[in-house]
Write a protein that binds this ligand. Structure first.
Ligand code: TRP
Length: 454
């Protein structure tokens, strides 16, 4: 094995790192925001269906490709099907890694600032004051750009430490701590006055929204994003996995942990939100958690401590995700082009920092970026939509087609059952990956484009 390639230290190492990649801002910031915009419980139902029927099978497929090829996503397709054009799927993933990281690091920067703001009590007072505080903070160009660069710098520093020392160690402590804090907050939120309305909004689906194609597209994009799928992050992490590990079990753990954290986040935000007079989840926008949670912390004894602990854990969860986003393009330069880890990390980090600037400026600092004329959304939203709702599902579609029809199921199953590994329901998985995933993704993308055009 080439010295620049790493390997996980243990099975828990892979599960924790993959779960660390999956659990992040997508769960705690993105999921409630999307539920709010998608009309509540109907979104939750569609989301869970996307996770079970489309995303979980693709998670297994990605890990299998990575472990078979032991390479970055571009090189992996080249190794399994030399001479074909399938490596372009990997290239789309490498580009998505940089694209997603460019806006993700901006929001991760906000969470760092909120550690400070909550600990010092800077964010407090009436709902208007809290909202106004958020608005003027995210509109502060030098501050938000500085925080974005800080996030990218820390991510680069951890990745320079390599796979085992850097990535694996960072995740091991974090995940249990985050889960415990979320459960405490959910219990507190459930006992607030008005919590019932929030729970009903979150749990009682409005059936008329169930067949709205926009809800499907948003839920599919959110599921891919939350599970870190569709761009080869799991191919890359799978490439550091040993043949002795059981892929089916690892994938189930990652999906279960990620989905639990997202659902828990909803059990915090909606009861807490509805306890605030005049709360409308749909208008919360990207600021939902930054404007609702400070009110929740204020109701707790030692709220400043809770608030700071929450944003510290959220920052750490975001960092284990930025690590995986950066690792994909970095692994590509190492495996595909023979770069050293060091030069690869420096080059991709610099490129991402430049691309991040318009997203950092798109929240009030520059009017033309905050609301792009004729588009009805800002630059950060545009990036999120393009990458999450289109690039990731298309990547997932290609991965499903590749595994189901090109690499072929018997080869994939051989990898999944390597060394006698247990794999649940191989037939079902085969049907899902060959037919259900491609058909569902194609239909959703087709109707979304038609909807946008019409
Ligand atoms: N899943 C992470 C989150 O929910 C974000 C993320 C990390 C990601 N790596 C990814 C999304 C790869 C898509 C692809 O916050």
């Amino acid at each position: 094995m080439v010295t620049e390639r790493g390997a996980w230290g243990s099975r828990a190492g892979f599960i924790l790192a993959a779960a660390g990649s999956a659990v992040g801002l997508g769960n705690i910031w993105g999921f409630p925001t999307q539920v709010g915009q998608g009309g509540g419980a109907a979104f939750v139902v569609v989301y869970l269906a996307c996770v079970a029927l489309i995303c979980a099978p693709i998670m297994i497929a990605e890990i299998a490709i990575g472990r078979r090829a032991q390479k970055d996503p571009v090189t992996a397709f080249r190794v399994i099907r030399p001479g074909s054009a399938w490596w372009l799927t990997g290239l789309l993933g490498v580009m998505a890694g940089v694209g997603i990281l460019s806006f993700y690091s901006v929001i991760a920067g906000w969470t760092i600032a909120y550690v400070w703001f909550t600990a010092t009590g800077a964010v407090s007072g009436s709902q208007e004051a809290i909202g106004g505080f958020f608005g003027s903070f995210v509109g502060n160009a030098p501050l938000t750009i500085g925080l974005t660069v800080l996030v990218l710098g820390v991510t680069a520093g951890i990745i320079l430490g390599g796979v085992r020392g850097g990535i694996e160690r960072a995740t091991t402590v974090l995940m249990p701590a985050l889960l415990i804090l979320l459960i405490v907050l959910a219990i507190r939120a459930a006992t607030l006055p008005g919590a019932d309305a929030g729970l009903a909004y979150y749990l009682r689906p409005d059936l008329s929204r169930l067949w709205d194609i926009r809800v499907f597209n948003a839920a599919l994009g959110q599921a891919f994003f939350s599970l870190s799928l569709g761009m080869g992050a799991m191919i890359t992490y799978g490439s550091y996995l040993s043949r002795r590990e059981v892929i089916g079990v690892a994938a189930m753990w990652v999906v279960a942990l990620d989905t639990s954290v997202a659902l828990l986040a909803g059990f915090i935000i909606f009861p807490a939100g509805f306890s605030i007079a005049g709360f409308d989840p749909a208008t919360g926008g990207v600021g939902l958690i930054f404007t609702v949670l400070p009110r929740l912390f204020a109701t707790l004894p030692g709220g400043e401590l809770f608030g700071a602990a929450f944003f510290i854990l959220l920052t750490m969860a975001a960092l284990t995700s930025t690590i995986s986003l950066l690792e994909v393009p970095v692994a590509h330069l190492i495996d595909g082009h023979g770069w050293s880890r060091r030069s690869a990390v420096l080059a991709i980090t610099a490129l991402t920092a430049v691309l991040a600037i318009p997203s950092a400026l798109a929240n009030g600092a520059v009017a033309g970026l905050s609301s792009i004329p004729g588009l009805g959304m800002g630059f950060l939203d545009l990036m999120a939509t393009v990458w999450n709702n289109f690039a990731l599902p298309v990547g997932g579609l290609l991965i499903a087609l590749f595994v189901g029809h090109v690499w072929r199921l018997d080869q994939a199953l051989e990898e999944l059952r390597a060394e006698g590994a247990w794999f649940p329901a191989p037939r079902l998985w085969g049907v899902l990956i060959r037919y259900v995933c491609p058909a569902a993704i194609l239909l959703i993308i087709f109707f979304t484009i038609r909807d946008l055009a019409g």
